[in-house]
Design a protein around this ligand. Structure first.
Ligand SMILES: *Cc1c(COP(=O)(O)O)cnc(C)c1O
Length: 400
């Protein structure tokens, strides 16, 4: 690496390899229960149906499906997507447009590229999605975190900040439903409040919503996008958690003028997202396969969430606190002690369990005593066993 550093662009030099990622890499393939990942359970993948669709699409529509396609997305797929969103409670208006992206991640990256200049201020939740922090920082955005509680981002704190400081906020990034990593969901009141602040203080909102389609209990509050009357929300979502992440398809819906610029920004990144994946997903939506996958994920992850909460109550009641997520794939655990979970990790791995330390999800220096646990991928037995091992590691670490 060092040998080539002098050739690298300055922005590339900032991409430091994460020590934690290196440490977690060592756990792969070993007899270690991992709560560190963020993978869907492969049991939700509808293999037979997708295989059938893929074969049919290639044989009957191959001329188009195997071909280059428009940067913005395959035209009939954009229509299908609009209907899909509407069916799940979020309308796309005549002033809006949609662009298909290579996962939600590319959407977040392209939004960062489109909006953030050197030193521009963006607000995130605290904690927030790590990859969003990385994208916005890559373009030298200055990030300020607003803490979340059980009702999501504390918008009153955001209001205080906007009122008492001179800062000019360009955008607010929120993972509004079943947040990664904290598992919290922003209440309807706070969604309305955030939109009101966007209007009063003139900023845009990026609503990242990969989990809004499968909440376990009741309905999720209306999406920010559906409440937006001023064209301030860029809605980002993905088929990664509701069909299959390997297809690499996400999308951004928002005001036409903005989508047009994002489209130009995408052209020189990857020309367009996989045409074949778009054709497969278009068919999967029409045949109800996506909605069936959503139902499978909802049922399975609810059971696994309950198991993890039960195990936490059994083994860690005196050690930590946590929230009960209404959806998504993660629980965030906060230790009652001033233990840096980065320092605890080697001992946990020795005990046969891995997690992601919470600090990197914070844009401030907070969160060192938190950890993110994934419950979608491990088996029920691993969830029970892993939490027991984790509690053991914490007790031993405290005693040492
Ligand atoms: C999983 C996830 C995504 C989806 O990423 P893809 O690039 O679509 O796979 C986006 N945002 C958050 C918060 C996520 O947890």
């Amino acid at each position: 690496m060092d040998k080539y550093v002098r050739f690298m662009a300055k922005r590339t030099r900032r991409l430091a390899a994460s020590e934690i990622r290196e440490l977690l890499k060592l756990t792969e393939g070993k007899d270690i229960i991992s709560f560190a990942g963020g993978l869907p359970d492969p049991a939700v993948f509808m293999r037979e149906e997708l295989a059938e669709i893929a074969k049919e699409v290639i044989l009957t529509k191959g001329d188009k499906a195997l071909q280059y396609s428009p940067t913005k997305g395959v035209t009939p797929f954009l229509e299908t997507l609009k209907e899909f969103m509407r069916g799940h409670g979020t309308s796309v208006t005549d002033d809006d447009d949609i662009i298909v992206t290579t996962g939600a991640q590319e959407g977040i990256y392209l939004i960062s590229k489109t909006f953030i200049d050197d030193g521009d201020i963006a607000i995130t939740e605290e904690p927030t999605y790590l990859a969003a922090i990385q994208s916005m920082r890559f373009f030298k955005g200055k990030l300020i975190g607003i803490p979340v509680d059980e009702k999501g981002m504390r918008t009153e704190e955001l209001e205080d900040l906007l009122r008492t400081s001179q800062i000019k906020v360009k955008l607010v990034y929120t993972n509004s439903t079943s947040q990664n990593p904290s598992g919290t969901t922003m209440s309807l009141d706070r969604r309305r409040h955030l939109l009101e602040l966007a209007s009063r203080y003139d900023f845009m909102i990026v609503e990242d919503d990969p989990y809004g389609y499968f909440v376990f209990e009741g309905e999720r509050p209306a999406s920010l996008k559906s409440l937006d009357k001023e064209g301030r929300v860029l809605y980002v979502s993905s088929f990664s958690k509701i069909l299959a992440p390997g297809l690499r398809i996400g999308w951004v819906a928002g005001p036409k003028e903005v989508i047009r610029v994002i489209e130009m920004g995408k052209q020189n990144v990857d020309l367009h997202s996989s045409t074949l994946s778009q054709y497969i997903i278009m068919e999967a939506i029409k045949r109800g396969i996506v909605d069936q996958t959503i139902e499978k994920a909802r049922a399975l992850y609810k059971i696994k969430r309950d198991l993890m909460i039960e195990a936490l109550e059994e083994h860690m009641r005196d050690l930590a606190t946590w929230n009960k997520p209404i959806g998504g794939m993660f629980v965030m655990v906060k230790l009652n002690y001033d233990i840096d979970t980065r320092k605890l990790l080697p001992l946990a791995i020795q005990k046969g369990v891995a997690y992601v330390p919470g600090a990197p999800f914070h844009v401030s220096s907070n969160g060192s005593n938190t950890m993110r646990l994934n419950y979608s991928y491990p088996t029920p037995a691993q969830i029970r066993d892993g939490v027991r091992r984790l509690a053991e590691a914490i007790r031993e670490f405290r005693a040492s």
